[in-house]
Each structure stands twice: as structure tokens, then as C-alpha cells.
Design a protein around this ligand. Structure first.
Ligand code: AHR
Length: 326
């Protein structure tokens, strides 16, 4: 069962405090020994984006701060590697597993093995589609459908419902690729003047985003008015492709993205990206809080939603970007 989308939420800049508060405290404390002796496996999907690298850093830093013995495995974008890593953690009898699943499906068997071994699994950033949601303890993640909707609604408002759009999708089968597409499609459905010229995967990385955008520009350079990329890295690749094609990103073609990392927000301040919806990767404190609660017998909500906000020229400046933590 896949968690369903929540009602549209009130989004405000200080919602960031909810998720960042433990990290801010981490900078002030001299360490925390709450995890002494705890052995945790972290099965990461890969390192395809700045976002994912920030997530890895956050989880590693929090483990170190709490004195947790963290076993880290980078699946390099392959589900079979990630399943093998989870099996290896089970064989090592770790106390808990943190999993950032590459794709939504195909997890029932290995998660059943973890459950049978009595090892709780905390999902971070992406959900899974499994037949039995007792196979994982909790999911700590943003609402990707809402993120896609926020981008679509912003574009509809700015263009009065008229845009010819290229969409750069994330990794096929990944929850953020599926849900960000759905949210965006839903938002533009009410506007007959908004049409998708093309929609193709750029695999969440900058090189592929640029390559796909170059190929799509060869067909649609004369008509495209907006690019919606499912993450910052692909948006930055699209910016490069637009510039190489002699177009001004942000003016000739609107550029919209999701993640909210420093590089994309810097491009926003410089006018080359127009709208960025945040997706917070700093999940380390929340993941280890969850593990501690599970170990003390608490039952956690199946989905602990991370609140995100929208950035555009009206609420983002260079000072804000300079202090961006990822
Ligand atoms: O699952 C989160 C997504 O994965 C981020 O948007 C993207 O940058 C990453 O690779």
C-alpha cells in the first residue's frame, strides 16, 4: 500500500524550522551518546544529484553525532544492489535499517526478510508500494504530488494558463518521478492552453538532463515556452542546453524545478530559473529520532510528512541563498 496524498497544506517559510531544528541544535551541542552501541545500516539509492549527496551527508553526520555505528551502502542507481545491501545488513543483524528506495515496487520479499529478522526499517525520502505496510516502520518524506502541483499552479498563474512545456522526468519507477508528474499533470489539466510538447526522463542528473533537453530542443526550440524538471540537477542541465541553443533561460523559456538546493536557488536569484519548489534532504535527525522511538516501543505514523515551500523572485535573495544549508 502506498501512502495517499494529504490535503493541500498551508506552506510557510518557517515550516523549515520543523525539520531543521534538530540540525541547528546539532551545531551547538558537543555530541550526543544516545546511539552508543547502536548498529544501523543505511541503504542509499545512489549519488545522482546534489540533493541525494546532501541526504547522505545528513544521515552520516547525525550517526556520528549520536555515536551510532553506521554501515553505509551506495546502490549506484541499481535496485538489485540496494536489495543485496539490505540483505547484507540483515545478515549482520543490525539494530535498524534506513532505506531510501530507488523505485517504488519490488520490495516485498526483502522487507519481509527484515521483518522476520525483527529489524525495523525506516524509509527515508521515497515511499514503496508493498502489499503490507507493516513491512516498514515509518516513511519520512515530502509529498511529491503536492510538489508537482505547486509547480503547475505557479506556471498556470504566471502564464495565465498558456504554456508549451517540456517535462524532464526523474528516474523511471521512482516515487518522485511518478508523483511529481501526476501532481503537475493534475494542476495543468484545468488549463487547455497548457500543453506538454514532450516528457522524457533525464534520470535526476545534470548530464542526462542536458543531453535530453538538447535532443528535445532540436524538435521543439521554436515552440517551447517552459521547462519543468523533476529536480534541480536536470533543471541546471536544461539551463545549459538552452544557453547552448542561443536561448535565455528564465526569459525566453521559463525554467521550473524541485529540490531547492543552493545551485538552483543561485540560478533563480540570477534570473535563469524562475520557480523552485523545495524538497528537504536533511533527514538524518528525523531518521535517528524515529529509530530511537521505535526502540523505545513507540508506534510511528506510516508517513511523517516533510513540509516544503516554494521559491521564486518574490521571496528569494542572495543572502537567503548564501545561508542555504544544502
Ligand atoms: O527522492 C528525492 C529526489 O531524488 C530528489 O528530488 C532528487 O534530486 C533525487 O535524486
Amino acid at each position: 500500500m502506498k501512502p495517499t496524498s494529504p490535503p493541500r497544506r498551508h506552506r510557510r517559510r518557517n515550516a523549515l524550522a520543523l525539520i531543521l531544528a534538530p540540525i541547528a541544535l546539532a551545531g551547538c551541542s558537543g555530541g550526543d551518546s544516545s546511539g552508543d552501541g547502536l548498529r544501523v545500516g543505511f541503504a542509499q539509492a545512489g549519488a545522482e544529484s546534489a540533493w541525494r549527496r546532501a541526504e547522505t551527508t545528513s544521515i552520516k553526520a547525525e550517526a556520528e553525532k549520536r555515536g551510532v555505528d553506521l554501515k553505509f551502502a551506495d546502490a549506484q542507481g541499481k535496485q538489485e544492489n540496494q536489495i543485496a545491501a539490505v540483505r547484507d545488513f540483515i545478515a549482520q543483524s543490525v539494530d535498524a535499517i534506513i532505506l531510501a528506495p530507488i523505485v517504488e515496487t519490488g520490495w516485498d520479499d526483502v522487507l519481509t526478510e527484515a521483518k522476520d529478522a525483527g529489524i525495523p526499517v525506516v524509509l527515508v525520502d521515497r515511499g514503496v508500494d508493498v502489499g503490507d505496510d507493516s513491512l516498514y516502520a515509518t516513511l519520512i518524506a515530502s509529498d511529491f504530488v503536492t510538489e508537482g502541483q505547486m509547480v503547475g499552479e505557479w506556471l498556470a498563474e504566471k502564464t495565465s494558463g498558456n504554456a508549451k512545456i517540456i517535462q524532464l522526468e526523474g528516474t523511471p519507477g521512482a516515487a518522485p518521478a511518478i508523483d511529481r508528474k501526476k501532481g503537475f499533470d493534475d494542476a495543468i489539466a484545468a488549463h487547455p492552453g497548457m500543453t506538454l510538447l514532450a516528457s522524457q526522463s533525464g534520470e535526476f542528473n545534470i548530464e542526462k538532463g542536458k543531453e535530453v533537453m538538447e535532443a528535445l530542443l532540436a524538435q521543439h526550440a521554436g515552440s517551447v515556452t517552459a521547462v519543468y524538471a523533476h529536480n534541480d540537477d536536470m533543471a541546471l542541465g536544461a539551463v545549459q542546453a538552452l544557453e547552448a541553443a542561443g536561448k535565455k533561460p528564465g526569459e525566453d523559456v521559463l525554467v521550473l524545478s524541485i529540490d531547492g538546493g543552493k545551485a538552483a536557488l543561485d540560478a533563480l536569484v540570477n534570473g535563469r530559473i524562475n520557480c523552485v519548489v523545495e524538497c528537504l534532504p536533511l533527514l538524518g535527525p528525523n531518521a535517528f529520532d524515529a529509530i530511537e522511538k521505535i526502540r523505545s516501543g513507540e508506534t510511528l505514523p506510516k508517513w511523517q510528512k516533510v513540509e516544503d515551500q516554494l521559491f521564486d523572485a518574490t521571496n528569494t535573495d542572495a543572502d537567503f541563498v548564501a545561508n542555504r544549508p544544502y
